[in-house]
Write a protein that binds this ligand. Structure first.
Ligand code: GLC
Ligand code: CA
Length: 512
């Protein structure tokens, strides 16, 4: 039922910055609907939309105040329904962003929970017994009401942690996942999922999915929790897809997630490739992909070679690719991103090389992330076609550089990032070996070496991928035979004697 994931290519939409249709300077759901054909044309057949629920927007909507209502600035629940319908009509699928770890302090549950009198929401959040005791290893709010206790935080100060219980209990106020409070929290979250699934959404990207049960070092409590969710879904919505922001596929896949994101923080070495002093994808050729490959293989093997680790081009939390890579380097990077196992995720605008906008003041809790969240650049009309509001009304400023890329400009150039991405997705869709579940074996990935080479294999074919980001030609010995080049950027790689030789700044997919 979730077979569509096998060849899914996702497009991440940050709704406030994609397309405004009512001139208030903020993107909206009708805007997304109006751009579905664009996304489809690029080759993406699935979208993930960042939280679009009622919120005070202190963390861009990751501070949910009502899980059941589309934020008025984005439209209505009817618009969401229409979006699901219009996407399905085009053979596309839609994941909403579920934020189960915390709410906004504005959420009704929290307003009840802070009250001194015991009520149905007293245990919805994690409270210590006394205002003088803070929860260990977590931030907290204290002295905010007459309830005697400190309440734990999950992220920013207005995001109190929902109570799913503690795996190891060390203090009297800590509850077990099987206690009434935590059970009610989980039941409430399952109802939220049912609500949107019954309206037609295809599943969820789950925010901080590994954070739910506390004092849970090995993730056992949180895995058990997600297994319960999966069991409910298998019964009621078997087609529902779950993708986790967890970064430990061995755990998340056990919990019933279909795929897990590789994180840009922690031990993944993802940013050795794209965002560091010497990125592997820089043509300077000083990078090193080996630590990334080692860690990737470790996760890959631990997750039973299921290959469901999603490597995003970027997201709303990290710098745009274009902050550290040139347009030509970005094309080579996409040659990698679009030929790896797991479903690729393209962050809106990365397909045209949108830049990190320097020097913006923080908007909606973005801080340094704000520069990666600027409005989509469509064409040469006012506000680049994002909005017909006056420029000062835009909730985040446009990239002001006259050279900024736009969809229109990119469409006009055959060698643009846009066309490269589109061609690569096209090839991926024609070859099962390049898709989500096909296996991977690294052929050339030793420390401080270029190129990076790997084979991808499905039941009926094997494709050798050779990626050489460096500005000089590179070779590697291999007893693999040559084959038919099915995609090439920057010149064909050739077999010379016992070695493959890859031209400078090139990507090659060779059918063996
Ligand atoms: C995730 C989101 C991020 C948000 C945080 C708290 O990491 O991607 O944008 O700020 O969770 O919900
Ligand atoms: Ca709008």
């Amino acid at each position: 039922m979730t077979q569509w994931l096998d060849n899914a290519v996702f497009y991440e939409i940050y709704p406030q910055s994609f397309q405004d249709t009512n001139a208030d300077g903020i993107g909206d759901l009708q805007g997304i609907i109006s751009r579905l054909d664009y996304i489809c044309e690029l080759g993406c057949n699935a979208i993930w939309i960042n939280p679009c629920f009622t919120s005070p927007f202190g963390d861009a909507g990751y501070d949910v105040a009502d899980y059941y209502t589309i934020a008025p600035r984005y439209g209505t629940n009817e618009d969401a329904k229409q979006l699901f319908f219009e996407a399905h009509k085009r053979g596309m699928h839609v994941l909403l962003d579920l934020v189960p770890g915390h709410t906004s302090t504005e959420h009704r549950w929290f307003k009840e929970s802070v009250r001194d009198e015991k009520n149905a929401f007293s245990d919805r959040y994690i409270w210590t017994d006394s205002v003088w005791e803070a929860p260990e290893n977590m931030g907290c709010l204290r002295g905010i009401s007459d309830r005697d206790g400190s309440v734990a935080l999950n992220f920013f100060s207005m995001q109190p942690a929902l109570n799913y219980g503690f795996y190891k209990i060390t203090r009297p106020w800590q509850q077990s996942p099987d206690d009434e409070g935590p059970k009610a929290t989980l039941a409430a979250m399952m109802d939220v999922m049912r609500f949107w699934l019954s309206m037609g959404c295809d599943g969820f990207r789950v925010d901080m999915a590994g954070s739910l049960v506390k004092n849970d070092e090995d993730g056992k409590g949180t895995i058990a929790l997600w297994k319960k969710v999966r069991a409910m879904l298998d019964k009621e919505y078997p087609q529902a897809v779950l993708v986790s922001e967890w970064g430990e596929p061995d755990k998340s896949l056990q919990g019933g997630f279909h795929m897990d994101f590789l994180l840009h923080f922690g031990p993944s070495h993802y940013n050795d490739l794209f965002r560091c002093e010497h990125p592997f994808f820089s043509s300077a050729g000083k990078g090193d992909a080996s630590a990334f490959v080692e860690k990737y293989l470790d996760s890959y093997v631990k997750s039973e070679r299921k290959g469901l680790i999603c490597i995003p081009s970027g997201n709303h939390d990290m710098d745009r690719l274009a902050r550290s890579l040139t347009p030509d380097e970005i094309k080579v990077a996409f040659g990698f991103l679009l030929s790896m196992p797991g479903a690729p995720f393209i962050y809106y605008g990365d397909e045209i090389g949108m830049r990190y906008v320097e020097g913006l003041t923080s908007v909606e809790g973005g801080y340094n992330r704000t520069g990666s969240r600027s409005p989509m650049q469509w064409d040469s009309s006012a506000n680049n076609g994002f909005s017909s509001a006056s420029p000062e009304k835009l909730y985040i400023k446009m990239d002001a550089d006259p050279e900024r890329p736009t969809v229109i400009r990119q469409l006009a150039r055959k060698d643009s990032i846009y066309h490269t991405v589109k061609d690569m997705i096209g090839v991926r869709q024609e070859h099962t070996a390049l898709q989500s579940r096909a296996g991977i074996d690294f052929v050339c990935a030793a420390p401080h070496t270029y190129p990076l080479a790997y084979t991808r294999s499905s039941e009926d074919e094997t494709i050798l991928v050779i990626i050489n980001p460096s500005a000089v030609s590179q070779r590697f010995e291999s007893d693999l035979p040559g084959g038919e080049t099915i995609y090439s950027l920057g010149g064909e790689a050739v077999k010379e004697g016992a070695a493959f030789v890859a031209p400078p700044c090139s990507v090659n997919y060779i059918l063996l």
